[in-house]
Ligand binder design. Structure first.
Ligand SMILES: [Zn+2]
Length: 404
């Protein structure tokens, strides 16, 4: 099937193009992008929205979700009551909700009993409709450390290496290493470093030997620094980042995945049954987190969009809210769009995602309005008008642009 989309402004993953362009889609990929005149005589399906205030953009990418967590007040406990089979069905349903919100690719940053790996395979094979998926398998954490409910507990360099190999054996795409305490585990402090730099470096080196990227949950400054010096690909959260962390991240090109949605949704729902220790720690980190995000952004750091969807009241399918939170914290709307498309694709090594160019996958979103002026056009799914996944309509809209 060939579709020609024309008559709307285009965000191509890097810039907003106001001059008229048309995009030709063929066999699920973008065949060409050019001035409309060059497609004269085209005989296939034409989606021409001249006169409407619409923007064509790449589908968005969320670099930090947990499909095996359901955004309940206490998601870890809810997860523990489900069989692996039930969890797989839930994860699939959540992935599909995510897609409907305009998110065409996700990275699961820590699953449960490798359920995430099977869900990934089913999604990526196209057996079920959903986003393209990358999965971490089980996160790797120290004895007594953050993430011990679902993670592999490993102490010392040799055990960390063994845990990395166990994930690779289960075909994880990414290796997740817990560098500090966190909000969601009782009895640990987000400020405290957990793994030493030597343990993290051993894990990163082993992951790299097998061509895997690494993600490190890192909130306290000492732990962020340990992870960055160990060479991790992305710092998740980055709450207590200081000048030294910032300098080393910029030097090495380390990505930051901020996940502002996680703490924001906990604080918005503090009266809705969330365990007290989670609320107390969220209050403790909230302002510092926003400041870390702003300082990294202003210094020109590489920011990839991620939400931590699955944490309390941080719903799968509300992922685009992260763009609005990043803008509220001082990011230009155009940069939020870049973080959610081309930069996120670079982090996930999905080179044919996150941009509108010849050869890229036709995972495309048409939104009402100009998201570079008002981020709500992209951040609020009510403004989404059409979603294409591999060139096929995939998203319901109350006001579809065209019936394809
Ligand atoms: Zn997470």
């Amino acid at each position: 099937m060939q579709i020609l989309i024309s008559g709307m402004r285009i965000f191509d993953g890097h810039d907003m193009i106001e001059a008229p362009r048309a995009v030709l889609i063929e066999d699920g990929r973008i065949a060409a992008i050019d001035v409309p005149a060059s497609f004269e005589g085209f005989a296939g399906t034409v989606l021409d929205a001249a006169g409407d205030d619409l923007t064509l953009m790449p589908g968005m990418i969320d670099c930090h979700v947990h499909l095996t967590l359901g955004a309940e007040a206490d998601p870890g406990t809810a997860q523990g009551k489900l069989s692996d089979a039930a969890l797989a069905l839930k994860a699939l349903e959540r992935a599909q909700k995510t897609l409907k919100a305009g998110i065409v690719a996700i990275r699961d940053c820590g699953g449960h009993n490798y359920v995430d790996i099977d869900v990934r395979d089913a999604l990526n094979a196209g057996t079920f409709q959903g986003p393209e998926m990358r999965a971490c398998g089980r996160m790797i954490c120290m004895t007594g450390g953050h993430g011990n409910r679902s993670g592999i507990i490993a102490d010392g360099r040799d055990e960390v290496i063994r845990a990395v190999r166990a994930n690779i054996h289960k075909r994880a795409d990414v290796i997740k290493l817990m560098a500090t305490g966190g909000v969601m585990t009782p009895g640990v402090n987000p400020e405290d470093a957990h793994y030493t730099e030597a343990e993290l470096a051993a894990g990163v080196a082993e992951a790299e030997r097998f061509h895997r990227t690494t993600a490190s949950h890192a909130q306290g400054a000492e732990g962020i620094l340990n992870a960055v010096r160990a060479g991790v690909t992305s710092i998740e959260h980055g709450i207590f980042m200081n000048d030294e962390c910032l300098r080393e991240m910029l030097e090495r090109g380390t990505f930051l995945v901020p996940t502002l949605s996680a703490v924001a949704n906990i604080l918005k729902n503090r009266d809705n049954g969330i365990p007290a220790f989670i609320i107390e720690k969220s209050e403790r980190v909230y302002e510092r987190h926003i400041r870390a995000f702003a300082m990294f952004y202003q210094a020109g750091g590489r920011i990839a969009m991620g939400t931590d969807a699955g944490t309390p009241f941080n719903q799968h399918g509300e992922n685009p809210q992260e763009l609005a939170l990043m803008v509220e914290a001082g990011m230009r709307p155009l940069d939020a769009l870049i973080a959610a498309t081309s930069t996120a694709a670079d982090l996930l090594r999905l080179e044919d995602h996150g941009r509108i160019e010849a050869g890229a996958i036709a995972d495309l979103l048409i939104v009402e309005g100009n998201p570079a002026e008002d981020i709500a056009a992209a951040a609020d799914p009510a403004n989404h008008r059409l979603l294409l996944r591999r060139g096929q309509p995939a998203g319901a809209s109350a006001r579809p642009v065209i019936a394809l």
